[in-house]
Each structure stands twice: as C-alpha cells, then as structure tokens.
Design a protein around this ligand. Structure first.
Ligand code: ASP
Length: 437
C-alpha cells in the first residue's frame, strides 16, 4: 500500500488536480492522499499559504484583509467550478473571516490552505476527508506528539480503504490548530505512511527527484535514482532542498522508503530513498554534491594544545554563551577550527573572540569569513580507494585553495571549505571529475 503526498505546485489549479487523479488511478495501491495547499501556477503567482499569512498579518494590525480572502477564495472557486466540485466556499470563508477578526493565531490561518484543498480533493476523488486536526496531535506549545499521532492516525484510517488527510497542520488536545514549519506537508505525509505501515511513501512534487548537484551550477546534473536516508541527511544539511528535513524520521524509523516523484512526469521513477542501498547503479563512487556559502572559521592555535585538558570544551563554551552552534570542528595537534554560520557569529564576533582569549589564552586566534562548504557524499566512498585524492586534485587543478577539510569517520562524506568566490567552480570541478570522467 502506498501513501501519496502532493505538493503545492501539484495542486495549483484544476489541470494539476486532474493529473493527481490520473496518478492515483494508475496504481490501485495508492490509497491515502496527503495534499498541500495550492501553490504557484507559475513564476510571479502567489502561494495560498503566503496569502493566508498575509491576511492574518493584516487582520492583526487591524488593516483590511477581506480582499486577500477574496483572492484566495477565487483560486478555490476556479478549481471547484472547472472540476464541478460541490463545496460551500461562502460558508468556509465566512468562518475564516470571523476567526481572523477574533484574533486567532497565525497557525490557524495558514492551515486553512491545506484544510480547504483537502476537502476539495476528497470530493473530487470521492474519498473520505479526515481532518488532520483530529489525528495529528501537538502539545499546547506546538510540538508534534509523534507517538500519539501515530496511534490516532492508524486507528482512524484502519478501516478506511481510502482517505484524504490534509498536510501541514494538526491540533492540541484543546483543539487549537498548530502547523509544522513551512513545507511541513512532507512531514504529515511521512506520519501517515508510518501509521498505516505503507510499503512506500510517495512524495509527488515538481521535480524529478534529487540531482547529483545543484542544477543552477551544473545544469545537466544527473538525477539520483537511489539515495540512503543517511546520504539524504548529509545532502539536505548542505542545502539540497527537495524534502522537509523532519519528513525523514517517521518513515526511516519504520523502514519505509520515500520515493520522490514528479507530478508532471509521472512515468519517471524519480529518486528512491531507503535505509540501505547497494552500489550506485550509475557506477559512480559519489552519490551527490551539495554545499552553501556563508560560513566563517575561527581558528585557535596554541602550542601544546593537545595536552591541555578541557581546551576544546572551553573554546566551544565561548560560542555557546552567545547562542552560536558550531557546524564542524576540524582540529590539528595545536589548532582547533570552529566552523560556524557567518550570520550567527557576526553580531557577537568581538565578544566571542575576547571570551576565547580569556578562557584558553591561545597563541593566536584568526577568523576567516565568506567561506563556502561543499559536501561530497557517497555510500560508495567507504570501499573506494583514493576518493579524497581525486577530490582535492580536482579542486586544486582549478587553482582553488582548500581552506578546510573535514571527513567524518562515517566515510560517507568529505567536506571541504573554499572561498565563496570559488564555490561554483569547485562544485563543477568535483562533478566533472567524478561523474563525467
Ligand atoms: N503549504 C505549506 C507551505 O507553503 C505547507 C506545505 O506546502 O508543505 O509551507
């Protein structure tokens, strides 16, 4: 049995609704459907969720917001009319308007996009509608209660052959609505997949899966057919954004694979993400490359640092005191480098450096800003000789100097730091070496 989640662009208008229906008809195992709110129909268009947040913000400031609700309603009305879906939008929007006037929190407003889309889709597909409010449980302060949710969903869907469960939101025990962070319908889909013990969690979107590199840098980057959850974690940490980060945990735990599929190209098998996978079928050692800019490195040097008990802890304490979390920690015998997000360091830079000085009395402290990190990820790297050598050679052949290197003991990932200006060239060079040669 398959749980399908359809993203906003997959349900942006009536034509997309029709594609969703035909995808469901193509495989009778596709029984449970988790929709997002209608997204952009093209560049420059609005996402329903953004309009709902805007309406809520206006209402909060006692500014007019009715015109925004009218725009949202018109989007639904157009779909309903074209597909002959019988829904009382006047009644629904009167309720939303009254709630906004009463000062209801923004989570409620934002959730109405999925709620209404779920109702429409359920009618269109002739499936029961299960309100996420009843089955996705949050604490009063807005944290997901995963085990309670799992029990509620599985109990509710147990006797249903099909159902539509809207994504993105749930409620606490008092019935107040809470949402996940943006893009959170992915999480809802994963929760439903776990609760019904699906064979596959299909995540339908507008791209044909993950690519081996960002297509803005490598326009013809190959698609990745199989990815492990661990590789996915490494790639998404570095900025590969196809799936919400939190959508991994429920399905991974339950041993359910996630299949990224393209609603506009349903025959393409997309990317399959599993707990374990064999060698890459394309025969390359690496699975993918991801990275981003905006890091800083603070290097602390002191003779005999290695023999000084508690040195590392005290350096990190300086960052912790200012609420800065470290991303990587490459260390040498007498140096310790702390890689952090530049944005987090910038406002407290002087204080942090002074504090390090005070806590460990180093010989030198240097800061390099405007660094980009690039992660080259691949389960095949463990068994392969010379991957690091090829990687470094590829980068240095471009005349780029590597500012930092970090290879976790998992050997799944080698991270290099380069100056931001060299980022794109370095990514291309790595791709060329491992994929094109
Ligand atoms: N509609 C919500 C958003 O735009 C959630 C989602 O699409 O997953 O963030």
């Amino acid at each position: 049995m398959i749980v399908t989640k359809f993203g906003g662009s997959s349900l942006a208008d009536a034509a997309q609704f029709k594609k969703v229906k035909s995808i469901l008809e193509m495989d009778s195992e596709r029984k449970f459907v988790v929709p997002s709110a209608p997204g952009k129909r093209g560049p420059g268009d609005d996402k329903i969720t953004d309009l709902l947040y805007a309406a809520h913000a206006a209402a909060k400031e006692k500014k007019p917001f009715k015109h925004l609700l009218e725009r949202i309603k018109a989007r639904y009305a157009e779909i309903a009319e074209e597909l002959k879906i019988d829904i009382d939008l006047d009644g629904e929007f009167a309720e939303i308007e009254a709630a906004l006037k009463s000062g209801i929190p923004s989570d409620y407003a934002a959730s109405r996009g999925e709620y209404l889309n779920g109702k429409m889709l359920a009618k269109y597909l002739h499936m029961p509608f299960v309100d996420a409010k009843e089955v996705v449980r949050f604490t009063r302060d807005g944290h997901l209660m995963e085990e309670e949710t799992n029990a509620l969903i599985s109990e509710r869907l147990h006797n249903l052959a099909h159902a539509v469960v809207p994504g993105f939101y749930g409620a606490d025990e008092d019935g107040s609505i809470h949402t996940f962070s943006r893009g959170g319908s992915d999480v809802s889909g994963a929760l439903v997949a776990r609760a019904v013990n699906a064979d596959v969690y299909e995540n339908w979107t507008d791209v044909t899966g993950f690519r081996m590199a960002d297509p803005r840098i490598v326009p013809d980057a190959q698609f990745i057919s199989t990815l492990t959850y661990r590789e996915l974690r490494e790639l998404s940490y570095m900025g590969a954004t196809v799936l919400h980060e939190d959508a991994v945990f429920p399905v991974r735990k339950a041993g359910i694979p996630t299949n990224i599929r393209n609603t506009n190209d349903p025959k393409h098998p997309g990317t399959m993400i599993r707990a374990n996978a064999g060698q890459n079928d394309h025969g390359h050692v690496i699975t993918g490359i991801a990275g981003h800019k905006g890091f800083s490195i603070v290097s602390v040097e002191k003779d005999m640092m290695n023999a000084e008990l508690g040195f590392g802890r005290r350096v990190l304490q300086a960052f912790e005191e200012y609420g800065i979390s470290f991303e990587h920690l490459p260390t040498g015998i007498d140096t310790m480098c702390v890689v952090v997000h530049g944005k987090e360091l910038e406002p407290h830079k002087e204080e942090v450096l002074a504090r390090i000085q005070e806590l460990v009395n180093p010989d030198t402290i240097t800061v390099s800003d405007h660094l980009a990190l690039i992660a080259t990820v691949g389960r095949g790297m463990v068994r392969n000789f010379g991957t690091a050598a090829r990687l470094f050679t590829a980068i240095s052949a471009q005349g780029i100097s590597i500012r930092t290197i970090d290879q976790g003991s998992s050997e799944l990932n080698i991270i290099v730091g380069v100056d931001e200006v060299d980022f794109e060239t370095a990514v291309k060079a790595i791709y060329d070496t491992f994929v094109r040669m």
